[in-house]
Design a protein around this ligand. Structure first.
Ligand code: SF4
Ligand code: SF4
Length: 418
């Protein structure tokens, strides 16, 4: 069943019953309990009721559980109870999306919450926000829970209770279009999808990644696509998601281009790889087969040999594990690459942090997303592949976590003559 069917067929009540039914099967099975915060939250909440029945959860409690789903699809893979395999026909991500779509249709989310996610997927809205970034950033920089943050929350729905990213002075797209091409046109090329978060809030991550790719001899070409639209799907705005995806597919298939498509955030790569084909079939599958994460593309191109110029890597690295990066396989590649270069890796769960753009609206999680001091020493470098988790950690720990800036150049040093 496609997401649009789900959205059309379920009212909120029916969608919540379906979610409770799936959760009941999951609570019996428990195979996915270590994958993400959804399962542990469900176990805690249902356990606190004294009855092992998810149907007794209130809508608010259900919303608490589903806010932890980052739509990584890991629990879909190999589920013995999934549709077509098990009698129970459990599809937990679809059940979560069904509730989000029904709540969105009911209008209960309110226009403010819908606005933020919609604006991220709209170049026009972000151009407008960038024009007014000075006053907006001053409001965003205000004390959590303070007057300016609460005023902004009332105005556009962004949470007032946790630190959120600021709008960059220059977007990644503008930087990309204004620069001189750094590499010969004959080099193998990739289409780059920066993603809305990197484009507007963290262009320095995109710039560092492009510099590393070009240093390794990969010509980077703008794809014309910025946002995958995944945030729209997660927030229940299914029709808008389908429109964004349709436009993106047209851009990425233009002129029968067969170049790899490098998506700068693993979670967004996963949207193109799994959500697009689910909604658009064969046409999207052809595009999906070209999608790579930046790390994945670099890893496939480079040998494992240590570089001759002695670029130094730390002895130990803490890798912040997140469901979305784990789902794409990029996390395992990163760890294998580090270990192949003699680095000891400590894998650290990210905690139940929201990884989607809807996390900008959530009032929880930032404080929970940082590893405790007992888990890793202060001087051990930390890296993770989720830009949202990294941002939350950097604001909390006061040190860099983003591998594009602090690890990729050492792992993939520039070749002498790209
Ligand atoms: S999604 Fe499937 S495998 Fe995972 S806990 Fe639920 S029923 Fe078990
Ligand atoms: S975060 Fe991933 S593993 Fe967890 S419920 Fe959502 S789709 Fe499944």
């Amino acid at each position: 069943m496609s997401t649009s069917d789900t959205a059309a067929d379920f009212g909120e009540h029916a969608a919540r019953i379906e979610l409770a039914r799936c959760l009941d099967v999951c609570l019996d099975c428990r195979r996915c309990v270590d994958l993400c915060g959804v399962f542990s939250e469900a176990i805690d909440l249902v356990g606190s009721l004294g009855h092992a029945e998810s149907g007794l959860l209130t809508p608010l409690e259900q919303d608490r559980i589903l806010s932890l789903c980052s739509h990584c699809d890991q629990c879909r893979d190999d589920c013995p109870h999934r549709p077509g395999v098990g009698e129970a026909a459990v599809d937990l991500p679809a059940a979560v999306e069904g509730v989000a779509a029904a709540v969105h249709r009911s209008g209960r989310t309110g226009w403010r919450s819908a606005f933020v996610v919609r604006a991220l997927a709209s170049d026009g809205a972000m151009r407008w926000a960038r024009r007014f970034r000075g006053p907006l950033n001053r409001l965003l920089r205000g004390r959590e829970g303070g007057v300016s943050r609460r005023a902004l929350s009332m105005l556009i729905g962004v949470t007032s209770d946790r630190p959120v990213p600021r709008i960059a002075d220059q977007s990644f797209t503008d930087w990309f279009s204004l620069r001189e091409p750094a590499i010969a046109a004959v080099a193998p090329s990739v289409l780059v999808v920066p993603t809305c978060l990197i484009d507007q809030f963290a262009p320095e991550i995109g710039q560092a990644t492009v510099t590393t790719l070009e240093g390794c001899g990969v010509r980077c070409v703008p794809s014309g696509v910025i946002c995958c639209g995944g945030g729209l799907l997660e927030s229940g705005q299914v029709d808008r998601f389908l429109r964004v995806a349709e436009t993106n597919l047209a851009l990425l298939s233009e002129g029968d281009c067969a170049d790899p498509i490098v998506v700068l955030q693993p979670g967004c790569a996963e949207v193109l790889r799994s959500d697009y084909p689910r909604e658009f079939g064969q046409r999207a599958a052809a595009v999906a087969s070209r999608v790579r994460g930046a790390f994945e593309h670099l890893d496939a191109r480079s040998s494992m040999e240590a570089p001759g110029d002695g670029a130094s890597l730390p002895d130990v690295v803490g890798v912040i594990s997140s469901p979305r990066a784990a789902a794409t396989g990029e996390e395992d590649l990163l760890i294998a690459r580090l270990e192949g270069r003699g680095v000891r890796v400590v894998r650290i769960p990210s905690g139940p942090v929201g990884e989607s753009s809807a996390a900008l609206l959530s009032t929880r999680d930032t404080a929970e997303s940082a590893p405790g001091p007992a888990e890793v020493a202060d001087d051990v470098p930390l890296v993770g592949l989720s830009v949202l988790v990294n941002g939350a950690l950097e604001r909390r720990l006061g040190r860099a976590v983003e591998p594009a800036q602090n690890l990729l150049p050492a792992l993939f040093p520039a070749v002498a003559d790209p």
